[in-house]
Write a protein that binds this ligand. Structure first.
Ligand SMILES: *[C@@H]1O[C@H](CO)[C@@H](O)[C@H](O)[C@H]1NC(C)=O
Ligand SMILES: *[C@@H]1O[C@H](CO)[C@@H](O)[C@H](O)[C@H]1NC(C)=O
Ligand SMILES: *[C@@H]1O[C@H](CO)[C@@H](O)[C@H](O)[C@H]1NC(C)=O
Length: 257
C-alpha cells in the first residue's frame, strides 16, 4: 500500500498534469448551475469556491498540489528596473508563506460565455519568512543586504480575474487557466530585514524603523512587484486545481460539445 501510494505520487508528479485528473467528484467541490439567475449562481459559486479554499490549503496529493499553508517556495526572484519609486534586484529563498488557510471568498462569478472567473477574496493575515538578497532603492532609500527577513501583512483584499480557455478531453471539460490578473490592497504591514548594509547595526535599525513607519507608501511602491508575484503563485495553484478537477464537477449544466 505504501509502495502503491509512492508510485502514484511519482506518476502524478511526472506525467503532464492534464492526465492526472480526478474522475470522481471530490467531497469539497460543490456543483452550481451557471444557467440559473445570476444572483443565485453567484451565491452558489461563492460558496463553492469557499469550500474549495477550505480544503486545498491542506494539500491535495492526488492532483500534485502541495500544502498551501504554510506555502513553501524555494526561490522568488524580483527584478524591477529604474524609473518608478522602486528599483530592486532581489531574491527571496526558503520562503514560507503563512495565511492562505484563512482565505475568505467574498465573491465569485464565472462569465457564461468566456468562462473567465472573477473572484474577490480577503485574507486576515499573510506572513512571509525567508532569506533575502537585495540591491536597490525603495522610496528614496538605497538598500543593500542579505539575511533573514519577514513581512507581516494584515487585512488583504484581493481581486482576481482568471483568463480561462474551456477544453475537453477524456469525456470531461476542463478550465484551462492561462493567466491571472491580480489587484490587491493591504490594511497594514510590518517588516524586518536582518543584516541590511552588511550588518551596520545602526543603519539597519533606522532603515527598518523608517520602512515600518512608512509602510503605506512602501507597500504602494511594491504593489506592482507583489501583484506579479501573487499572480505567478496563484496561476500555479489554479492550474494544478483546474487542470485536474473537471469543470463539469463545478458547473453541472455545461452543454458544450
Ligand atoms: C447565499 O444565500 C443565503 C440565503 O440567502 C445566504 O444566507 C448566504 O449568506 C449567501 N451566501 C453568499 C456567499 O452570498
Ligand atoms: C541581479 O542580481 C543577481 C545576483 O546578484 C545578478 O546575477 C544579476 O546580474 C542582477 N541583475 C541585474 C539586472 O542587475
Ligand atoms: C492551456 O492553453 C494553452 C494556450 O492555448 C496551451 O498552451 C496549454 O497547453 C493548455 N494547457 C492545458 C493543460 O491543456
Amino acid at each position: 500500500m505504501v509502495l502503491y501510494e509512492l508510485l502514484l505520487f511519482c506518476v502524478v508528479n511526472s506525467v503532464p498534469s492534464a492526465y492526472a485528473y480526478l474522475d470522481k467528484q471530490p467531497h469539497y467541490v460543490k456543483t452550481c448551475m451557471i444557467k440559473q439567475p445570476k444572483e443565485i449562481f453567484i451565491n452558489c459559486s461563492t460558496t463553492s469556491v469557499q469550500g474549495l479554499f477550505n480544503e486545498i490549503p491542506k494539500g491535495v496529493p492526488e492532483i500534485g498540489l502541495q500544502v498551501l499553508d504554510p506555502l513553501e517556495v524555494p526561490v522568488l526572484n524580483i527584478l524591477q528596473g529604474g524609473g518608478g519609486p522602486v528599483t530592486v534586484n532581489a531574491s527571496l529563498s526558503n520562503v514560507k508563506v503563512l495565511g492562505f488557510g484563512n482565505t475568505k471568498i467574498l465573491y465569485n462569478s464565472v462569465d457564461p460565455i468566456t468562462y473567465d472567473f472573477y473572484t474577490k477574496l480577503s485574507l486576515p493575515r499573510l506572513r512571509i519568512d525567508g532569506y533575502y538578497e537585495l540591491l536597490g532603492r525603495i522610496l528614496v532609500i538605497p538598500l543593500r543586504g542579505k539575511g533573514s527577513c519577514w513581512f507581516d501583512a494584515k487585512n488583504l483584499d484581493i481581486n482576481v480575474k482568471s483568463d480561462v480557455i474551456m477544453e475537453k478531453h477524456d469525456g470531461f471539460h476542463f478550465f484551462n487557466v492561462t493567466k491571472v490578473h491580480v489587484k490587491f490592497s493591504i490594511g497594514g504591514l510590518k517588516l524586518h530585514m536582518g543584516n541590511l548594509f552588511d550588518g551596520i547595526k545602526a543603519l539597519e535599525d533606522s532603515t527598518n524603523a523608517y520602512l515600518n513607519a512608512n509602510w503605506r507608501p512602501v507597500a504602494e511602491s511594491l504593489n506592482p512587484i507583489l501583484s506579479k508575484t501573487i499572480e505567478d503563485i496563484m496561476l500555479d495553484i489554479l492550474q494544478k486545481v483546474f487542470d485536474n478537477i473537471p469543470a463539469n464537477f463545478f458547473l453541472g449544466d455545461l452543454d458544450l460539445d
